[in-house]
Design a protein around this ligand. Sequence first.
Ligand code: PNS
Length: 159
Amino acid sequence: MRRAVCPGSFDPVTLGHLDIIERASRIYDEVVVAVLVNQKKASLYTVEERMGLLSEVTGCYGNVVVDSFRGLLVDYCREHSIPVIVKGLRAISDFDYELQMAQMNHGLAAVETMFMTTNPLYSFLSSSLVKEVATYGGDVSGLVPPLVYASLVERVSRP
Ligand code: PNS
C-alpha cells in the first residue's frame, strides 16, 4: 500500500491545502494529514479543532485520514511506516526552506519528499494571511472551505 503524509499546522485548513490533499489522494492509496502539535507557536485553533475541521472537509475522500504528531516528522513517518511526505510549493520563496527540510528529512531517515505545484489560484494563500484578513473583516470566503469560513467569521467576531 502506498502511503503519504501531508504535514502542517493547518491553522486553519485553506483551499490551497485542500487542493494538495485531494490531488495526493488520487496518487497514493492512503494520505495521512498530520497536524503538528507545537506549543511554542500561537494558534487561533486548538489542535483538536484543526483536526475536526480537517476531518469534516476531507471526509468526502475515502482514503484520507487525519492525525496529529509531536516532535520530528520523520519519527512519525517511521512509526507509521510512511515513506513519503507530500508538500505544496506555492512560489520560489517556499523553495529554500522546503529544500532544506526535504534534504534533512531524507538524511535523517531516508523519507522522500514529493513537491506538488500549488494551483495558481491559491499561490498567494496562507493560513496566516487568511487569519489576518478575516480579523480585519476582509472577505476570505473564496479562500477556505465553507465550514472553515463560518467558523472563522464566528471566531474573529468574538469580543
Ligand atoms: O504548515 P507549516 O507550519 O508550514 O508546516 C511545517 C511542518 C509542520 C511541516 C514542519 O515544521 C515540520 O515538519 N515540523 C515537525 C518538526 C520537524 O520534523 N522538524 C525538522 C524539519 S527538517
